[in-house]
Write a protein that binds this ligand. Structure first.
Ligand SMILES: Cc1cc2nc3c(=O)[nH]c(=O)nc-3n(C[C@H](O)[C@H](O)[C@H](O)COP(=O)(O)OP(=O)(O)OC[C@H]3O[C@@H](n4cnc5c(N)ncnc54)[C@H](O)[C@@H]3O)c2cc1C
Length: 329
């Protein structure tokens, strides 16, 4: 049997992040495969109540201290490194998000243990840990054999469905007393809410997502027309927003919004992991792309290999023709 599997339970502003449950799902698989225990590691201040939601783990290590209130990598490492050194561990799964980014690499550097980032999968092969990593935004995947324990694995968002990491069962909780040596080198001054005023994409049932395949700003009117007849809203990939064809508030994906409409059109969108991360939970995805190999077809329920510029006017006309006439009374 190898050492235990740990998952950093990422919490932010009083809530456990979804990626924590994704990590717990992957961690559970690794623990079951190796016969080890799965432990969630919850770090923060006044976070004890959150531990009850981490029942997919066998137990939760709760590290509570006022200096841990904000996720500052150096302070987290200050309390995690001695704990890691003292307990027998095979792997520590850490979410790769803006909140937890840096903790894993810093920890690995301090302890001189292997670190593998962007892991979308991991398993034991002949007793040795092997990880599958996403490189260049998903264009390449690498199979990595990890030499040495404990291994720090940075978990790529979407590695597992979060539902698989949840359990109604309350876990055993171990309160670990910690005294960080240092005061944080950086401090969060305030949380800035994104500017409001535009449509909130997260509230929409129908989204017409547009990618670089739309070619130019003038053609955006084709997407607006389709959204108009469907009663939906136009949104887009980062490429489209970077071109200035849509405002920032309409960006879907890793650095934009996560949306869950009933219907999502992906028009001329390649399906890069950063985009898919923000729309993969849509009820129904219809993708249109000239490239039959485009990765968007992997997540689409319906796919059309074709030119959006030709298809959009015809589709809009066909939907309009089927709509019952407006009641003028
Ligand atoms: C840290 C980081 C964060 C990121 N965050 C985000 C994010 O939040 N959201 C996001 O979207 N991206 C994000 N990206 C960028 C992401 O990696 C991709 O570059 C981006 O999503 C690609 O946009 P696209 O699909 O519109 O363009 P492309 O990848 O260029 O794809 C265009 C697609 O259109 C197709 N096409 C061309 N002409 C036509 C036509 N006439 N008809 C139909 N199809 C056509 C092509 O075959 C191609 O598949 C991020 C990247 C990084 C590194």
């Amino acid at each position: 049997m190898t050492g235990n599997i740990w998952v950093l339970a990422e919490q932010w502003r009083g809530r456990i992040s979804e990626i924590t449950y994704e990590g717990l799902a992957l961690g559970r698989e690794l623990a079951d495969q190796s016969g080890a225990r799965l432990e969630a590691v919850l770090v923060g201040h006044n976070v004890r109540a959150l531990a009850d939601t981490l029942g997919r783990a066998d137990s939760v290590l709760c590290l509570d201290h006022p200096l841990l209130a904000e996720p500052v990598a150096s302070v987290y490492v200050d309390v995690l490194a001695p704990l890691l050194a003292e307990r027998k561990l095979a792997a520590f799964l850490i979410p790769l998000t803006n909140v937890s980014l840096g903790i894993g690499s810093w920890l690995a550097g301090q302890l001189r243990v292997p670190a593998v980032n962007f892991c979308k999968d991991a398993r034991f092969v002949d007793g040795r840990l092997q990880a599958r990593c996403v490189l260049y935004g998903g264009k390449i995947e690498a199979e990595v054999a990890v030499c040495g324990e404990p291994a720090i694995l940075g978990i790529w968002p979407g590695a597992r469905p979060p539902e698989k990491g949840r359990s109604a069962q309350p876990p055993a909780i171990e309160q670990v007393t910690v005294f960080p040596d240092q005061t944080p080198s950086v401090r969060f001054r305030r949380y800035v809410e994104p500017a409001r005023g535009d449509t909130d994409l997260r509230q929409q049932e129908i989204l017409v997502g547009v990618g670089r395949g739309i070619r130019n700003k003038e053609n955006m009117a084709l997407a607006e027309n389709l959204a108009g007849v469907l009663g939906g809203v136009v949104c887009g990939s980062r490429s489209v927003v970077d071109q200035g064809w849509l405002p920032l508030s309409r960006r879907v994906g890793k650095s934009g919004l996560t949306v869950k409409p009933k219907l999502y059109f992906a028009l001329g969108i390649s399906g890069a992991p950063e985009h898919v991360q923000g729309m993969r939970k849509s009820g129904c995805v219809i993708a249109v792309n000239t490239d039959p190999q485009a990765p968007i077809f992997d997540v689409a329920h319906y796919g059309i290999v074709g030119d959006v510029i030709e298809l959009l006017p015809a589709l809009t006309r066909a939907i309009r023709a089927r709509k019952p006439p407006a009641d003028d009374a």
